[in-house]
Design a binder for this molecule. Structure first.
Ligand SMILES: [Zn+2]
Length: 94
């Protein structure tokens, strides 16, 4: 079991949350100039690193708000939690 600290509610059991994909995925624009390969990359391909990853999490059985989590995919240790409006932290410094 993971204990996740919602930036709005505090520490809660992981069962209250839903992980919803990698964070900071930028939609390619303008759509008229986006190739099929770029669009497929945006929709389907993720980095899946061994180590630190930024993920979007939703506190679906709590406040209902979204936030970002920096998690180690090997140990599941959470290195940082921050609001959606904050910039991506330097993963090398964590
Ligand atoms: Zn919450």
């Amino acid at each position: 079991m993971m204990l996740i600290t919602c930036p709005f509610c505090g520490a809660r059991d992981e069962n209250e949350f839903r992980c919803a994909d990698e964070g900071h995925i930028i939609r390619p624009e303008p759509y008229t100039d986006v190739s099929a390969e770029q669009w497929a990359d945006y929709l389907f391909y993720r980095d899946n690193p061994k180590g630190l990853i930024v993920e979007r999490w939703h506190h679906q059985h709590g406040c209902g708000l979204w936030f970002n989590v920096v998690r180690d995919t090997v140990t599941h240790e959470i290195k940082a939690i921050y609001e959606m409006t904050e910039p991506k932290p330097d993963l090398e410094a964590l």
